[in-house]
Design a protein around this ligand. Structure first.
Ligand SMILES: [Zn+2]
Length: 113
């Protein structure tokens, strides 16, 4: 299960950060979830809840912020949201599009005590 592995890697990242900052308790984890990652937020939240049961992470809130798939035209430099996977520039119709956002799954912020 895709989300199970993701929940695990999120926990690993948060654990590392906590050690680095000497934090003992986390209250909230804020994530950036790219549209293109095919992650189902509810499913990820559920996996996280299951995996953290009985660990110091139990009860931590997971906040998922979706990031729309965004491209930049290599021809004219226009940045635009990619809809329905149409990698075509709305301004000059070039198909030379670089994806600049929407593929990431990042831990953006951790609120700890
Ligand atoms: Zn263009």
């Amino acid at each position: 299960m895709h989300e199970m592995a993701l929940a695990q890697s999120i926990m690993d990242i948060v654990e590392q950060e906590m050690t680095r900052h000497g934090a003992t308790r986390v209250s909230l984890i804020r994530l950036q979830v790219g549209e293109f990652t095919a992650v189902v937020p509810e499913s990820l939240a559920f996996c996280f809840e299951v995996m953290t049961k009985g660990t110091p992470f139990e009860g931590v809130k997971l906040e998922l912020n979706p990031v729309p798939l965004t491209g930049r035209c290599q021809g004219c430099g226009k940045e635009f949201k990619i809809r329905d996977y149409h990698f075509i520039c709305p301004q000059c119709e070039s198909k030379d599009i670089e994806t600049i956002a929407g593929k990431e799954l990042l831990v953006k912020e951790i609120e700890a005590e």
